[in-house]
Design a protein around this ligand. Structure first.
Ligand code: GLC
Length: 568
């Protein structure tokens, strides 16, 4: 049977590079684009198919690049547009696709558009942002809250400006509205006050943002990761969000933000129309190579998530599936997520899984060192596109950040809830020399390095046949070479052990079983009807034997990929 090749974003694995932390080429303690270029051979060796680079645009860095001052340039900290062009060229030469972050919901408050918007209520740019009058008592237009903790959390300090004669009443802590004393209106910031929300109902905003996409597509980028994609349109009437009485949370607790059901400040039905337009634009470039739209979404249910593929699969190719991020690490919970994802997926839609990213805890810290290996096997053997966060291939852990070195505005605004994102954004560990090869010795990296970088680094782990890096490398090679893994069907199997998650991946005659033990103890897995097989890869990296799948013994936290006999 001749089967059609899948587009690269379906068959491939996407690696996330956080540019500040990947490799510093110019010795300022902050990673940059040239640093990424210098490490492309590593990514090529590792065996990933694409990289997603978090924002590198000119920015005051209030939210480390998610506050953009110019959508069509590169911050000098990271290089310039020519370095970016070289990066694309060099990546493509190694058959690595390049995906960049697109941040449509908000700009920086330093963006010239916003500066103009602040000039007066009649400025032509006024309507580019979400301005609204105060209520009669002077309080914000509604009860919406900022997801990163509004700096209005310090009531009373915000409006004591020279312009303001009569201060309005206190803005409630965490409000996503910021009072502008000069023009006497509030503007909306769903995130930091330095990140004013754009008004996507204004056609000029939409068309300008689509021009931004064309600018980068014309430079050869292969797709976009769309930041908070479902925030871009809100309730026209700016209605209050209702209380979240059952305190349903999506994947992690966000303090007061969870006190509301966010039905009016994000996820408006009109978002779908905007995403269809965006998809249409991308499809127009498909003639050269398929371009991908990946969306970050804050959603409450898988049902809602699945809606972002579009009724006719005409919205996002990949709405990020964050179900694992809040999951308990046990076989039952993980199987439930995978089965639910498969069941809810619209016909023809392609699944995806995310285990961590720059906003989340490191896998090795959430699940533990041994489970991190099983987790990597899970991620790279499920049906759908896997997202691999830089450093997870080494087993990098969260780094404890001393209070005086905290950088993340979220930790500063809402301290003590464990929401700080610095611990998982620390410098990539390349080697055992001072500063781990991230930046020159004697330079202070922007975030502290992990204490264990002399053991956990690329150089040491490449030379160790049993390391986490070797495991990831072998998993990636196996995934690439086996159709069953990168494109086959998925079916969960009963194994007789509650602590094991076992599934079959199948393509034509090729049948591979993945068996993952989530417990500390050895477990017997019995899937008798599948007969004999051969272990292709174990997370321990020391088993390649023939086995009877009617009685497979797995060590504590061991995972195995087994090729069933009929396809040997
Ligand atoms: C997304 C980004 C996060 C950022 C936020 C605001 O969630 O992943 O890092 O702070 O959007 O842009």
């Amino acid at each position: 049977m001749v089967s059609q090749a899948l587009p690269w974003w379906q068959s491939g694995v996407i690696y996330q590079v956080y540019p500040r932390s990947f490799k510093d080429s110019d010795g300022d303690g902050i990673g940059d684009l040239q640093g990424i270029i210098d490490k492309l051979d590593y990514l090529s060796w590792l065996g990933v198919d694409a990289m997603w680079i978090s924002p590198f645009y000119p920015s005051p860095m209030a939210d480390f690049g998610y506050d953009i001052m110019d959508y069509c340039d590169v911050d000098p900290l990271f290089g310039d547009i020519h370095t970016f062009d070289t990066l694309v060229e060099e990546a493509h030469r190694r058959t690595i696709k390049v995906i960049i972050d697109f941040v449509p919901n908000h700009t920086s408050n330093q963006h010239p558009w916003f500066q103009q918007s602040c000039q007066s209520r009649s400025d032509p740019r006024r309507d580019w942002y979400m301005w609204a009058d105060a209520k009669a008592d002077g309080s914000p237009p509604n009860n919406w809250l900022s997801m990163l903790g509004g700096s209005s959390a310090k009531p009373g300090t915000l409006w004591k400006t020279e312009v303001e004669q009569v201060p309005p009443p206190l803005v409630p802590a965490g409000s996503s509205w910021k009072w502008d004393a000069a023009t006497r209106q509030y503007y909306l910031h769903s995130f930091l006050e330095q990140q004013p929300d754009l008004n996507w109902r204004n056609p000029a905003v939409q068309s300008t943002m689509f021009e931004v996409l064309r600018f980068w597509l014309d430079r050869g980028v292969d797709g976009f990761r769309i930041d908070v994609a479902n925030f871009i349109l809100k309730d026209r009437l700016l209605r209050d969000n209702p209380p979240n009485l059952s305190r349903t949370v999506i994947h992690k607790s966000r303090g007061d933000y969870d006190s509301q059901l966010h039905i009016y400040d994000r996820g408006h039905p009109d978002v779908h129309g905007a995403l269809r337009d965006l998809r249409n634009l991308l499809d127009g470039y498909d003639g050269q190579t398929p371009r991908v739209a990946i969306g970050e979404l804050a959603v409450f249910t898988l049902q809602e998530w699945a809606g972002y593929y579009g009724a006719n699969l005409d919205e996002l190719h990949i709405p990020f599936n964050f179900s694992f991020l809040g999951a308990r690490w046990n076989a039952k919970a993980i199987r439930r997520i995978v089965d639910a994802t498969e069941a809810i997926l619209p016909v023809g839609a392609w699944p995806n899984y995310v285990l961590s990213n720059h906003d989340e805890q490191r896998v090795a810290s959430r699940f533990g060192k041994r489970s991190a290996r099983t987790a990597m096997m899970l991620l790279l053997t499920l049906r759908g596109t896997p997202f691999l966060y830089y450093g997870d291939e080494l087993g990098m852990r969260n780094v404890v950040i001393p209070p005086e070195r905290i950088q993340d505005p979220q930790e500063k605004n809402v301290p003590g809830l464990g929401l700080g994102r610095d611990p998982s954004r620390t410098p990539m560990q390349w080697e055992g020399s001072p500063n781990a090869g991230f930046c020159p010795p004697g330079v202070e990296p922007w975030l502290p390095l992990a204490d264990d970088y002399q053991q956990i680094n690329v150089e040491v782990e490449r030379g160790d046949p049993f390391s986490m890096l070797t495991l990831t490398h072998e998993l990636l090679a196996l995934r690439r070479s086996r159709c069953a893994l990168h494109r086959g069907s998925y079916a969960a199997l009963e194994s007789g052990s509650q602590d094991c998650f076992v599934y079959l991946r199948k393509f034509d005659d090729e049948r591979l079983v993945v068996a993952l033990n989530f417990s500390d103890e050895p477990q017997m897995v019995r899937i008798a009807e599948h007969g004999e097989g051969r272990i292709l890869l174990s997370t321990s990296l020391n088993r390649k034997e023939h086995i009877n799948v009617g009685a497979l013994m797995l060590d504590g936290h061991e995972g195995c990929i087994i090729e069933l006999n009929s396809s040997i």
